[in-house]
Ligand binder design. Structure first.
Ligand code: ASP
Length: 296
């Protein structure tokens, strides 16, 4: 089994991941954490061709907490820089016999290519603008842990939807769990096939407001916005949040551009912000994913 897209998962598998994820979330908080040895002697290879803080560290922590050994390929110092092809790198790594490969790549579809080159399960840790399935799963887990439900929630996902693999995976996963997802962003940052909704329309009455980073590294032309302009026109400010449901919670996959897509005081508001809870849920959900893929 591989995890390259939310579409790779059946409803029963999603349910199983949420149940196991919640159980790992609780045990990671308790004093008995770190005693699980389910993946003892397993090798998890982490290949990050694109920058990462949360995903890379939480996959490493997840492997470690399960008793597996996380091993990172330092891409910048590897033979990739000597011109080795992706196929040769994949076959080389496969010959070392890992039990799972976690891969992030700037191009869409690379994790899918990896599946055909190796014998172990492959997990997509984000491919270009395509998908980031474990992020959506951890977002669902954070909602389940914090709000106790996903079914019936109105979720506004706002910002740079065009370049967001997080939005794409969440737009597949959350409706399958019974949430009503609305996508909104600046017109130039919306995909052509998604009807345009204004940020204000999306946030109005929402139970969950998920803000996304402007992915300037993927823009062909800079937005040309003046300092403060993006926040005022499209960002999450106190005024905008006041139009959401009374106890609405705020999410962001990180890294945040403070005072661009989200005001710093909202990001830091312990009553509203689930941002660090998302990170914590990330370790638990990645434990559940590693367990499902390597133990079956
Ligand atoms: N960390 C997320 C990702 O890798 C979101 C982002 O980079 O803005 O897709």
């Amino acid at each position: 089994m591989n995890l390259v897209s939310i579409d790779s998962l059946s409803d029963a598998q999603i349910e199983q991941l949420l149940v196991r994820g919640e159980s790992w979330f609780k045990s990671n908080r308790s004093s008995s954490r770190g005693e699980a040895k389910d993946l003892h002697n397993k090798l998890v290879f982490n290949l990050f061709y694109e920058n990462s803080t949360r995903t890379a560290m939480s996959f490493a922590a997840a492997a470690h907490r399960l008793g597996a050994a996380p091993v990172f390929l330092p891409v910048e110092q590897s033979s990739i820089k000597k011109g080795e092809t992706f196929e040769d790198t994949a076959r080389t790594l496969n010959a070392i016999r890992p039990d799972c490969i976690v891969i992030r790549h700037r191009e869409n579809g690379v994790p899918e290519r990896m599946i055909n080159l190796v014998d172990c399960p492959v997990i997509n840790a984000g491919d270009g603008t395509n998908e980031h399935p474990t992020q959506a799963l951890l977002d669902a887990l954070a909602l389940k842990v914090y709000l106790g439900r996903i079914e019936g929630l109105k979720v506004a996902i706002c910002g740079d939807i065009r370049h967001s693999r997080v939005a794409r995976s969440n737009a597949k996963l959350l409706p399958r769990l019974g949430a009503d997802v609305r996508l909104a962003g600046p017109p130039s940052l919306m995909p052509d096939d998604v009807p345009s909704l204004s940020i204000d329309e999306a946030i109005d009455g929402a139970d969950v407001v998920m803000m996304l980073r402007v992915q300037r590294e993927r823009l062909e032309e800079d937005l040309g916005d003046a300092p403060g302009e993006y926040l005022a026109r499209y960002g999450l400010t106190k005024e905008r949040l006041s139009t959401a449901a009374r106890d609405a919670v705020v999410m962001h996959p990180g890294p945040m551009n403070r005072e661009v897509e989200i005001a710093g005081d909202i990001a830091d508001d312990p009553e509203r912000s689930l941002i660090l809870l998302q990170v914590e849920a990330g370790v638990a959900m990645r434990m559940a994913c590693l367990e499902m893929l390597t133990l079956g």
